[in-house]
Design a protein around this ligand. Structure first.
Ligand SMILES: Nc1ncnc2c1ncn2[C@@H]1O[C@H](COP(=O)(O)OP(=O)(O)O)[C@@H](O)[C@H]1O
Ligand SMILES: [Mg+2]
Length: 433
């Protein structure tokens, strides 16, 4: 359609036989593809994705729209258990240099293709461990990594029992979802049956086209303390880059992330312990090459593992790292997946923070203060999602957050202050206080 209307790409795309493909992306993610477009040549990327997702997401329409994208390959990219079948289904592009996982569902697929094609990657065994929270807990527990008590639960009665036998507070979560989908903090007296119905009934965004196989559920003791994440770049099991991110979470039953700051204050001992925790995870899982994004909660100063993903972090953390260190984690990841030594940054030169906006649920009547917020010193980006006339929902998942502010500062504290002040100055008026 684009070509027919005369506004197609002015750079020729890859040859139809795939001979220009140098990078294969497992799983389709619009934002990652856009970021890769800044790094990779025209027509150099093939996306491997489930046929259902390709069809419902109109992924083939992006060829020509995104300069680097040359080809979309229909293959069972979500089949976590069936890595061999995937490798057999996708022919190796002659000039392939790296396989890059897009979101969680591409992690095992990327590892499988990389392994089959003799390229660096997570390793299939390690990739599988990071795709199931119960399996990761077993692995971390065996390695002595601090984490909450946990149990697999099969019915509401299991959850009720777990609640009673602990402090009367627990976390219920699916083992193989992300972005907080189905994660609930429960307390004694809550309706466990209703909570169970919610957690087992909700689905990730791709589930209609590609349901997660065999959902299982975990109950965990609730950890209370400051929340952090760690982002590491790993090559052949060696940590080349480490960053600690501080995180702010919505209080209440649905712990949606409301802000991040890079690097996490305070520096020093906690960063050392966090780095040691990530190194222990690399060792315990046998993870080889790529990026890990681990979430931790500090209890008595000791980082306890919440979960860890074998992919780039979401929530603009890559952008925050870029602003703070003047360095691209994505570029670093592409380098190690190509088998190259990446250029590495020094310590963070400034702080960078994101704060999500909030608004009373309702129909948006108007938006005020966003222009002024944008022009504040230190503010790098302001995004207000809903337009007047659209609805703001109560925030139970990341997709319901009505916008964000990204700011930098001389240190992380200043970045947070600027982001918070700018966010507070933006009024999304829904006619409610
Ligand atoms: N055991 C726990 N104790 C306290 N908070 C938890 C615990 N497990 C999860 N959370 C909170 O819930 C959020 C989402 O849970 P997580 O296990 O990270 O699932 P997801 O893959 O959906 O992000 C975490 O970022 C954290 O804020
Ligand atoms: Mg998480």
């Amino acid at each position: 359609v684009l070509v027919a209307s005369g506004i197609g790409p002015d750079i020729p795309s890859g040859k139809p036989d795939g001979s220009d493909i140098s990078h294969v992306l497992t799983g389709y993610r619009a934002d990652l593809l856009t970021d890769l477009d800044a790094l990779l040549p025209a027509g150099s990327v093939a996306v491997v994705e489930d046929p259902g997702v390709v069809a419902t997401g109109h992924v083939r329409d992006r060829i020509g729209e995104v300069r680097c994208l040359a080809e979309v390959i229909d293959a069972p990219a979500h089949g976590e258990g069936d890595a061999e079948r995937l490798a057999a289904a996708v022919p190796r592009p002659a000039g392939v240099r790296a396989v890059i996982p897009a979101g969680d569902h591409g992690v095992v697929a990327a590892a499988a293709l990389a392994e089959a094609w003799g390229l660096p990657g997570a390793g299939v065994r390690a990739a599988r461990l990071f795709c199931d929270k119960a399996v990761l807990r077993e692995t971390a527990g065996a390695a002595g990594i601090p984490q909450p008590e946990w149990a697999l639960v099969r019915e509401p009665a299991d959850v009720a029992r777990f609640l009673e036998n602990r402090d009367g507070v627990c976390v219920l979560k699916p083992t193989n979802r992300q972005a907080g989908v189905g994660v609930q903090i429960l307390a004694r007296g809550d309706d466990v049956a209703a909570a169970w119905a919610h957690t087992t009934g909700v689905h990730g965004r791709l589930s209609a086209a590609s349901p997660a196989a065999d959902p299982r559920y975990l109950a965990e003791r609730r950890l209370v303390g400051p929340e952090l994440s760690a982002e590491i770049l790993v090559r052949d099991g060696e940590i080349l880059f480490f960053n600690a991110t501080g995180k702010k979470v919505l209080p209440g039953r649905h712990p949606v992330e409301m802000g991040h700051v890079v690097p996490a204050p305070p520096d020093g001992e906690v960063h050392g312990r966090l780095r040691a925790g990530m190194a222990a995870l690399v060792e315990a899982t046998g993870f080889s090459t790529g990026v890990l994004h681990g979430e931790w909660i500090l209890v008595g100063g000791v980082p306890h593992l919440v979960e860890c993903a074998a992919r780039l972090p979401g929530d603009c953390i890559v952008e925050l790292i870029g602003l703070a260190y003047g360095w691209s984690l994505l570029r670093g990841m592409v380098a190690v997946l190509e088998g190259r030594a990446p250029t590495l940054p020094g310590p963070a030169a400034r702080g960078a923070a994101i704060r999500y906006l909030s608004a009373a649920p309702g129909r948006v009547r108007g938006i005020r203060g966003d222009g002024a917020a944008r022009s504040r010193y230190g503010v790098r980006e302001v995004l207000v999602r809903p337009a007047p006339g659209e609805d703001v929902e109560p925030v139970r998942s990341p997709w319901q957050r009505p916008g964000h502010v990204i700011a930098t500062g001389a240190d992380p504290e200043e970045a947070v202050r600027t982001a918070e002040q700018a966010a507070a100055a933006i009024a999304i008026d829904t006619g409610l206080p």
